[in-house]
Design a protein around this ligand. Structure first.
Ligand SMILES: [Zn+2]
Length: 445
């Protein structure tokens, strides 16, 4: 959704040097997890079953959960963290983020900032996201492969952030949502680009993304809000092009996420076999039927829409974009409700970066507008999201064998989802990133 640009050669030099020297000095190395840790809390919610467990005891060994019980025995020599009357949940998952950028002022972001600015800030956004309780994200589009560098740095323990699955450069048609439109034809950016037209070019674009580290493929199947096309939802890729993208991606073991607001683009992308429709606000009856039939996930980013309408002016967005958002916001709740009623699968994605990183959980209360229950919204951000990512055994659950990615909140998230906006405790892979275990531990022992 965001655009930041400029020269590649400078970027490589700028990121490579400081990171390597930081690692050489061991500057950012996180503290490795204690071998055995026991987490105790008054309650636990397992989203897969929707069940609440009282007197919860979770035993963590290294990076993984080994057991979950009610009042179970505490292994000798384990470090005990007593979270008191808190409720434990799996770490949250946002399947639509852009950790490489954050909107502040539209034309400044576009013309006065370069990918170097984006690269030096991205780790701050990653840390903020993790501390907000989001332990996994699918990052669906970044300039200059910043997402690949960020993911790798997090995996190597150089930078603190969520587990990232990244989509690198979104595929866009010429003049499409990912192209720079509305300016003189003499204005050019020097940048890595995946503007691709026709079956051969889109296949090559998929291969290029995979070559440079994409875990997912993102395609811009329709027009959008934060770009200068006239329409918000017009299709921008043909059925043949979308089919080619999905089959090519599958050949390399990758799934496809399609940005699509408009009804026709949603149907084409669904028929092609994408795993998720991002936004999807103008989906019609036939689109809903197709999505249900194909098991396609819908990712309704309802919080961003509200945020753009409230803050569009201060973000310097052109009036035209705010107007497009207004039209969408009017139509989409009805359409999304229709999809929910039909049983279309739903996952939690927010377009983080359009609004400030680390406030992702504000979306939970907006999802209630669609008639979802608190538990359903939590499932969207845990078990459903994990299923979409193909990581059901690893994240989004508190089952033995899963990564020890979890949060604790004060209050009951099944009756008040806003408690998810303020996690008291965050653990990823057995390492604590938020919460003061020392103060809680004494009482427990
Ligand atoms: Zn986006």
């Amino acid at each position: 959704m965001m655009r930041t640009r400029f020269a590649l050669s400078l970027l490589v030099a700028a990121i490579a040097t400081p990171m390597h020297s930081a690692r050489a000095q061991g500057a950012a190395a996180p503290v490795p997890p204690a071998r055995r840790t026991v987490l105790k809390a008054a309650h636990l919610v397992e989203p897969r079953t929707g069940k609440r467990l009282d007197n919860a005891v979770i035993v963590v060994d290294g990076e993984k959960i080994v057991s979950v019980s009610s009042g179970g025995a505490i292994p000798a020599g384990a470090t005990v963290i007593d979270l008191g009357d808190a409720t434990l949940l799996p770490g949250l998952i946002d399947v639509h983020t852009h950790l490489s950028g954050e909107s502040h002022d539209y034309y400044t972001d576009l013309f006065r900032h370069s990918p170097i600015d984006a690269a030096v800030r991205a780790h701050v956004y990653a840390k903020r996201t993790l501390e907000a309780g989001f332990t996994t994200v699918r990052d669906v589009g970044a300039p200059e492969l910043i997402d690949v560098a960020l993911r790798n740095a997090i995996n190597e323990g150089v930078v603190e952030g969520p587990r990232m699955l990244v989509a690198t450069l979104p595929l866009s048609a010429t003049g499409g949502h990912g192209d720079l439109n509305g300016f003189s034809p003499y204005i050019h950016f020097q940048e890595l680009s995946n503007i691709a037209d026709g079956v051969d070019e889109v296949r090559k674009a998929v291969r290029t993304n995979v070559k440079y580290g994409a875990d997912w493929i993102k395609v811009l199947a329709s027009a959008g809000v934060l770009s200068e096309e006239e329409s918000v939802g017009a299709p921008q890729y043909s059925q043949e092009e979308l089919n080619a993208i999905v089959t090519e991606a599958a050949q390399w073991g990758r799934k496809v996420a399609a940005h699509a607001h408009g009804a026709e683009a949603i149907k084409r992308a669904t028929r092609a076999g994408v795993a998720s429709i991002e936004h999807g606000g103008l989906v019609d009856e036939e689109g809903v039927r197709l999505m249900k039939e194909h098991g396609t996930y819908l990712v309704p980013d309802i919080y961003t829409d509200a945020y753009i309408l409230e803050h569009g002016k201060e973000l310097g967005l052109p009036d035209k974009m705010i107007e497009k958002e207004r039209q969408l916001r009017k139509a989409q709740n009805v359409n999304w409700r229709r999809a929910i009623a039909a049983g279309v699968k739903m996952a939690f994605g927010t377009d983080a970066g359009v609004y400030p990183h680390g406030t992702n959980a504000k979306q939970f209360k907006y999802l209630l507008e669609l008639g979802l229950t608190p538990l359903q919204t939590i499932q969207m951000a845990t078990s459903n999201a994990a299923d979409l990512l193909g990581w059901s055994d690893k994240v989004g659950t508190l089952a033995p064998g899963a990564w020890a990615d979890l949060i604790a909140v004060r209050g009951d998230p099944l009756s008040d989802v806003t408690v998810l906006e303020r996690p008291a405790f965050v653990m990823k892979g057995g390492t604590i990133y938020r919460g003061e275990p020392a103060s809680d531990t004494a009482a427990a022992r």
